[in-house]
Design a protein around this ligand. Structure first.
Ligand code: ASP
Length: 345
């Protein structure tokens, strides 16, 4: 007899796993053993569904690299026993976690689908029920015994996105995520339509898990009027190894001598500075405008169309696992797990 498709639901916390307390009316995490009582239709899916619950569950604002390592560890430990994984997670930092997992779980040949909701499962109008059920269907989907989506994704409000391309765009609407620089991987209507050309192909290699992440990074977001002392203070943070320069448009920044000099000196002293655009869409193209020529000259590295969330995860992963600076610099502008479109320039 053929065995049933098996799915592990990992509950980390967030709105989706909440119910209203009958006495106080406040939202509280529900006991995960009761999942089938809250969503009886899960039984109809005919999969073996088991769950793992972080104790205590966390609001995703408290997410951190230590938690990511634990989460990657749970997937690693259960990797051979399940066909797919659904991670329930607060939406606030879901894009960061999805980005981190994409670098931490390399040679991934099974689906890891993150989802959550804007309204708790215990509320009548919840968006969580559909998000969870469709995520399970996607995590279970196979063709010729091979998973259809062997990558880290976010599923939210009828759309499946590559996790490390995703960005939370709305605090209120059910449609809370978007991946402006990469096509949607699947649309869920009456049928789930997979965009096969956009989805990673499995490589059938052994899963390799990287749990070491280096937090010695900072974001320097530019704004008109930013002062020399602010830039100087950030670049001189003790123990800092890399900075994400959030620049304007296609990677542009002030041309003032003080600004360029500070960057140049910091890079000379060994700091890695990468250029990521503040724009949601489009790509950094160093040298396109005069205002990025000088950045290029002093050694700032352009990272094309990466999201800030993925840039953070990528730097933490690179700094945590490689010591050769040349290699890190090369990998920064190379697509490792589909996080950038390098053909943009
Ligand atoms: N604050 C919540 C969290 O991110 C919001 C949510 O679950 O969507 O954990």
């Amino acid at each position: 007899m053929e065995s049933k498709t098996s799915i592990l639901i990992i509950y980390t916390g967030g709105t989706i796993g909440m119910v209203r307390d009958a006495k106080t009316g406040a939202l509280k995490p529900f006991k995960f053993e009761n999942l089938f009582k809250i969503i009886p239709s899960l039984e109809m899916l005919n999969y073996d569904i088991e769950s793992y619950c972080f104790d205590p569950p966390v609001d995703s604002s408290n997410m951190n690299p230590g938690f990511w390592a634990e989460l990657a560890g749970v997937i690693e430990k259960n990797y051979e026993s399940y066909d797919g994984f659904v991670v329930l997670h607060g939406s606030d930092t879901m894009a960061y976690t999805a980005s981190a997992l994409s670098f931490m779980l390399q040679n991934l040949n099974k689906p890891v689908i993150l989802t959550g909701s804007q309204l708790p499962l215990g509320m009548v109008r919840t968006d969580g029920r559909e998000n969870l059920i469709t995520s399970i269907e996607i995590a279970a989907a196979k063709e010729d015994e091979t998973p259809l989506v062997p990558e880290v994704c976010i599923y939210f409000e009828n759309q499946l996105f590559r996790g490390n391309r995703t960005h939370k765009i709305n605090a209120d609407d059910f449609e809370a995520f978007r991946s402006p620089n990469y096509p949607v991987l699947a649309d869920a209507g009456v049928y789930i339509k997979y965009n096969r050309n956009a989805i990673h192909n499995p490589n059938f290699k052994k899963l390799k898990v990287y749990k070491n992440l280096d937090q010695g990074i900072a974001i320097l977001k530019l704004f008109p009027g930013i002062t020399e002392i602010t830039v100087k203070s950030i670049l001189n943070i003790k123990g800092l190894k890399a900075v994400i320069l959030e620049s304007y448009g296609a990677g542009n920044a002030p041309t003032s001598d003080w600004f360029i000099r500070l960057l140049k000196n910091a890079i000379k002293k060994g700091l890695i500075i990468i250029n990521v655009s503040q724009c949601e869409s489009g790509s950094v193209m160093m040298g396109k405008y005069e205002t990025s020529v000088r950045l290029k000259e002093v050694g700032v590295l352009g990272v094309f169309d990466i999201t800030t969330e993925a840039a953070i995860a990528k730097l933490m992963y690179l700094l945590g696992n490689f010591s050769d600076k040349e290699k890190i610099n090369k990998l920064i502008a190379t697509s490792i797990v589909g996080e950038i479109t390098t053909s943009a320039g």
